[in-house]
Ligand binder design. Structure first.
Ligand SMILES: Nc1nc2c(ncn2[C@@H]2O[C@H](COP(=O)(O)OP(=O)(O)OP(=O)(O)O)[C@@H](O)[C@H]2O)c(=O)[nH]1
Ligand SMILES: [Mg+2]
Length: 469
């Protein structure tokens, strides 16, 4: 049988938000107006096509003191007081909501009782807790501090001791994957009958998360190899070079890279079940400043020898070369920079490429202009760091959180904006270089080896990011 867990409590305390976060379901209705949830609604958790757990959203208690006195009255009359109460209350209009919300309790569902711990305990809360205690169902209290005030936490915890098997602080807005697992583990310990089945659910959750991470790594690696080997052919003769149309070529190249990146990020986002939330990567962040230090900017990743070759070319070639360099600097958006470097590094001609063309790849009088692939490993680090930043924000946006306007910008939980790879060991950086080189040289065996090393690194990195709480 699929275990059922009903999320219960006073109106507007954040029950639906907690459920939304726990079940990773952003379709759960959440609203600042009390009484948003009016009927019990099931939210199945499906893993590998199988329902492993069912959360039930319930309306808030309406008349807890009346319900409690009825339950006390029924207490002496044998088992099943919730069933007896519901039979009695069914025909009484003012008890309709209370009758509805106790429906899963009658079926034996486990209970998560949600309170907003940033306010003091009231008598009405004590009545609700006593109702749940009288039900005898396995139950746990969850403190969701709406405005992060903690001065009442101790009072709440003392109240919970009388009526609940366990209690935990869990934020509907900030809970991470690791905190969701911890909550389920705490739930597992409150009832012996649940131990095994919830143990299976937790294992399924962990397997599922590892599978999503593995899929994310596939996506990141596909994107890296696509972008780093990307070349764009544009029909162009010397006239066009002379017209200094390089900005147009660069734009097309950059746009293609940006679209590939965006498509992959969308796929990552849906792996973590976000339909609404979308993190906007910063257009210009410290991360980028770091990757493109002053020196890199000045020479755009070109060696002295390559620069000398630019200097040695005449006429239209210099015009095109310098103009592209200039575009890379002045456009300033960091997504364009990799393209600029690529463009400088590999503008190739057609069949009759000269010896020099292998360096700068620029053929005067050619029919086609090839932009890319990137000659600079900076593009790899930019794309990698941006993917990891996107992953970090995607997995840490709780599904119950709806203030999407705050999604981008200066988040208090942001990781070091200077980039994830900045503190990587030299062994890890070496793998990146090997991978980049293998792609450049189209060396399949080296690529296979370095790609599997990179995959292993990313497995560790994604798990580390997931475990932060
Ligand atoms: N800041 C903040 N707001 C929260 C948090 N949890 C819930 N809220 C907000 O509180 C309001 C009520 O949240 P719901 O999840 O709809 O509450 P509920 O208990 O299901 O309410 P009813 O269905 O009306 O009984 C919404 O505006 C939520 O966005 C939280 O952890 N922090
Ligand atoms: Mg609700």
């Amino acid at each position: 049988m699929v275990p059922e867990i009903a999320i219960m409590g006073h109106p507007n305390e954040g029950k639906s938000s907690v459920l939304s976060t726990l079940a990773e379901d952003d379709s759960v209705r959440v609203s600042p107006t009390p009484g948003e949830t009016t009927h019990c609604r099931s939210f199945p958790v499906i893993i590998d096509g199988r329902e492993v757990l069912r959360f039930i959203d319930t309306p808030g208690f309406q008349n807890p003191s009346r319900v409690l006195s009825e339950l006390r009255r029924l207490a002496g009359q044998g088992d099943g007081i919730i069933r007896q109460f519901r039979e009695y209350a069914r025909s009484i209009p003012e008890l309709r909501d209370d009758c509805e919300l106790l429906q899963p309790v009658e079926r034996g569902a486990g209970i998560i009782y949600v309170v907003d711990g940033s306010r003091p305990v009231r008598n009405v809360d004590r009545d609700e807790m006593e109702i749940l205690r009288l039900s005898g169902n396995p139950r746990m209290a969850v403190i969701n501090c709406k405005d992060q005030r903690e001065e009442y936490l101790q009072d709440w915890k003392e109240e919970f001791r009388k009526a609940f098997n366990a209690n935990r602080v869990f934020s509907a807005h900030r809970a991470t994957y690791a905190e969701r697992i911890l909550l389920l583990e705490a739930l597992q310990s409150i009832d012996q009958d649940w131990h095994e089945v919830l143990g299976q659910v937790i294992s399924a959750f962990k397997r599922d998360w590892a599978a999503r991470n593995a899929a994310t790594i596939d996506l990141i690696i596909t994107m890296l190899s696509d972008c780093l080997t990307y070349r764009r052919l544009i029909d162009a003769g010397p006239e066009e070079l002379e017209r200094q149309d390089s900005e147009r070529f660069l734009k097309a190249y950059n746009q293609a890279i940006a679209e590939k990146e965006e498509a992959i990020h969308q796929k990552i986002r849906s792996l973590y079940k976000h339909n609404i939330f979308k993190y906007q990567l910063p257009a210009r962040s410290l991360l980028r400043e770091e990757l493109f230090n002053e020196r890199t900017w000045q020479i755009l990743g070109l060696s002295k020898k390559q620069l000398a070759i630019i200097g040695g070319l005449g006429g239209a070639a210099i015009g095109a070369g310098l103009d592209i360099a200039h575009a890379g600097l002045s456009m300033g958006l960091w997504a364009t920079v990799g393209g600029a470097i690529g463009a400088l590094g590999a503008i190739l001609g057609g069949e009759t490429a000269s010896a020099n063309a292998t360096f700068m790849g620029l053929k005067l009088g050619g029919q086609q202009l090839q932009i890319g692939p990137s000659k600079s490993i900076d593009l790899l680090f930019i794309l990698l760091n941006r993917s990891l930043l996107f992953y970090f924000h995607t997995i840490n946006w709780a599904h119950g959180r709806r203030d999407y306007a705050k999604a981008s910008g200066s988040e208090d939980r942001s990781p070091d904006q200077l980039g994830f790879t900045r503190n990587w060991s030299s062994a890890r950086i070496k793998v990146c270089h090997e991978y980049f080189r293998a792609l450049q040289q189209e060396n399949d065996s080296a690529r296979y080896k370095s790609e599997s090393d990179l995959r292993e690194i990313l497995e560790t990195v994604l798990m580390e990011i997931s475990q932060r709480s």
